[in-house]
Ligand binder design. Structure first.
Ligand SMILES: [Zn+2]
Length: 279
């Protein structure tokens, strides 16, 4: 397997002798911008495959991990040292979560946000083609982090290039730097993330360079999942202990000409109608 960036890193579960063989077994795939994004947004996929003999989770992380906010013991790291540390943390998460493979493509964030993303799209399309996942987890299109949105756009474009026979059955846009509370309930898919709560927490704590720097993503994400489960429906008891909301992105693959803007505009209009009708 060749990668566009020299800095690209590939971890393969030792049940497989190559990424190609790992990809053949993978059923659930998540594509995220940064080291740690997959564990926060796509834990549903990780937990669905954990200890299952016929399901495997695979992860793709697009950027090189350079440039996140640092504090505590990490404040003096050079950008290169930070990048190397974050790549290592992501490998630890893959090992702990027993992924099939974890690829880190090593793109600088500034390059991903560039309008011309052809190299990235091609690389993602190639990984999708060897993996042929049934379930795909992406950032959601209304995320407020520009790199998340750029990676989302490249991922949708790569998925659109897959032939119809290889299209995944489910494609979810997941919460990250913005939740999905602004969607009508009808447009939200509840991903039950109650399974293996200790694993969920451990998968966050490996990202020491972030969490111990003073960004408590672990507490925030676990709290959000619990809040989603409880505040979902005022008229019923909590059926799930933890929920990640997702937006069904299949319409963008069924109608490959539909723009992402028009897709999101419809969702916002539906939510607006619902709120105004209640008043
Ligand atoms: Zn991120």
């Amino acid at each position: 397997m060749k990668y566009h960036k020299q800095e690209a890193d590939c971890w393969v579960n030792n049940s497989f002798t190559s990424i190609e063989l790992a990809a053949e077994s993978a059923t659930h795939l998540a594509i995220g911008a940064h080291q740690d994004d997959l564990e926060f947004m796509a834990y549903h996929g990780i937990a669905s495959c954990y200890k299952e003999s016929d399901k495997w989770f695979a992860g793709i992380t697009v950027t090189d991990g350079v440039g996140s906010a640092l504090g505590g013991d990490f404040v003096d790291l050079t950008p290169q040292e930070l990048g190397a540390l974050r790549v290592e943390e992501q490998r630890q998460a893959a090992e702990l979560g027993e992924y099939a493979y974890q690829v880190q493509l090593g793109y600088p964030s500034s390059e991903v946000k560039n309008l011309v993303q052809e190299n990235l799209i091609k690389e993602l399309a190639n990984l999708l083609l060897i993996t042929k996942p049934k379930v795909v987890y992406l950032h959601q299109p209304a995320d407020k982090h520009p790199t998340h949105v750029a990676v989302f756009k490249a991922s949708i474009e790569a998925l659109r290039r897959l032939s119809d026979e290889y299209q995944p059955e489910y494609v979810y846009g997941c919460e990250g730097w913005r939740d999905l509370d602004w969607l009508s309930d009808e447009d939200k898919v509840a991903l039950d993330v109650s399974a293996y709560p200790e694993l969920a927490e451990q998968l966050m704590l490996v990202f020491k360079s972030q969490i111990e720097s003073g960004k408590r993503y672990d507490l925030a994400t676990l709290g959000r999942r619990r809040a989603n489960a409880t505040y979902h429906d005022p008229r019923s008891l909590d059926e799930m202990q933890a929920v990640t909301w997702a937006l069904d992105l299949q319409p963008l693959l069924v109608d490959k000409k539909m723009t992402i803007q028009s897709f999101i505009k419809l969702k916002i209009a539906k939510f607006e109608d619902e709120v105004l009708a209640n008043l």
